[in-house]
Write a new protein. Structure first.
Length: 264
C-alpha cells in the first residue's frame, strides 16, 4: 500500500512512477485470462524493490485491460479500443504529473500494447510534460542458455513456454499443466516464407483464429518453473537498470522552460 505522503516523497526525490499494464484475454485452457497482467505486476514490483535506496518509486496498481483485437471473440477476452487505451493512459499521466512526479514508466506484459504505448509516451510528453517511457518486459533479452530452452524460438508467441514457465514460478496454482497443449506452430510455419507472415517485419492484422484452434501459439508442455524463475530474475534485473536510467533521464526541456517562466 502507498499513502499520499509516500507519493509526495517520491516526487520530492525526483522519483519514477511505474505503471504495470497487461490484458484480460484468453490464454488457452491452461493459463488464466489475467496472465499478462500478473506478469507485468510482478516485474514492476520486483524492479521497484531492486532499486530501493537508489531510486524513489511509486508502483501503481496494474491496468488489467489492454489492446487485444487479436483475441476478440474468444471467451475471457475483454479488450479496450485504441482510443480508450490512449485516453486512459493520458488520464493516468495527468494524475501522475499532478502528484508532482515527472518520470513515468509503463511496464508492459501484453504483446498488443507496445505500439499504442509508444504513441502514448510521445503524447504524454507533449500534453503533460512528462518524461514517459514504455518497456515490453517479455522482449528483454535472455541469456543464450535460457533462450535455447525455448524450442519453438520466435514462434513462442502466446501462452507457450515463456508465459507458462513464468506463471509456474510466480503462481503455480494458477497453471493447469494437464490442460497444456502445443498449438499454432504448423499454421505459422506454413506462412514463414511470406512477407505478410505473422510476427514478421510487416505489420499484419492477424487474429488468433487464423493460427490456432485452442488460442495457444507455442508449446507450453515444455514449461518449467526453474526456467521461469531464472528468466524472471534476469529480466527483472534488466528492468531495474531501466528504472535507474529513467530516473536519470533529463526532463523534457519544454517543461523545464515553462516552469522557469512560471517562476519568473
Amino acid at each position: 500500500m502507498t499513502s499520499s505522503i509516500e507519493v509526495t516523497e517520491v516526487a520530492a526525490r525526483a522519483g519514477v512512477a511505474l505503471v504495470p499494464i497487461g490484458a484480460t484475454e484468453q490464454h488457452g485452457a491452461h493459463l488464466p485470462v489475467t496472465t499478462d497482467t500478473a506478469i507485468a505486476a510482478a516485474f514492476a514490483a520486483e524492479a521497484g524493490a531492486r532499486v530501493t535506496g537508489e531510486v524513489a518509486t511509486w508502483v501503481l496498481p496494474a491496468l488489467p485491460f489492454g489492446f487485444s483485437p487479436e483475441h476478440a471473440g474468444r471467451a475471457g477476452t475483454i479488450g479496450l479500443s485504441a482510443e480508450t487505451l490512449l485516453a486512459l493512459v493520458d488520464d493516468i499521466g495527468r494524475g501522475v504529473a499532478a502528484s508532482g512526479i515527472r518520470r513515468l514508466l509503463f511496464v508492459n506484459g501484453h504483446g498488443g500494447n507496445p505500439e499504442l504505448l509508444h504513441v502514448a509516451c510521445r503524447q504524454l510528453r507533449e500534453r503533460r510534460g512528462l518524461a514517459a517511457f514504455a518497456v515490453h518486459v517479455p522482449g528483454l533479452a535472455l541469456p543464450p542458455e535460457l533462450a535455447e530452452g525455448v524450442t519453438t524460438g520466435d514462434l513462442d508467441a502466446h501462452a507457450g513456454h515463456y508465459e507458462t514457465s513464468l506463471l509456474l514460478a510466480l503462481d503455480p496454482g494458477a497453471v493447469d499443466m494437464d490442460a497444456a497443449r502445443a498449438d499454432g506452430l504448423e499454421r505459422v510455419r506454413a506462412r514463414a516464407a511470406s512477407p505478410t507472415r505473422p510476427f514478421g517485419a510487416v505489420s499484419v492484422p492477424w487474429h488468433v483464429d487464423d493460427l490456432s484452434a485452442s488460442g495457444v501459439i507455442g508449446d507450453p508442455t515444455t514449461a518449467d518453473a526453474e526456467w521461469g524463475e531464472r528468466a524472471f530474475a534476469t529480466q527483472a534485473a534488466a528492468l531495474a537498470d531501466i528504472v535507474r536510467a529513467v530516473a536519470a533521464h533529463p526532463l523534457p526541456p519544454e517543461w523545464v522552460h515553462s516552469r522557469r517562466g512560471d517562476a519568473e
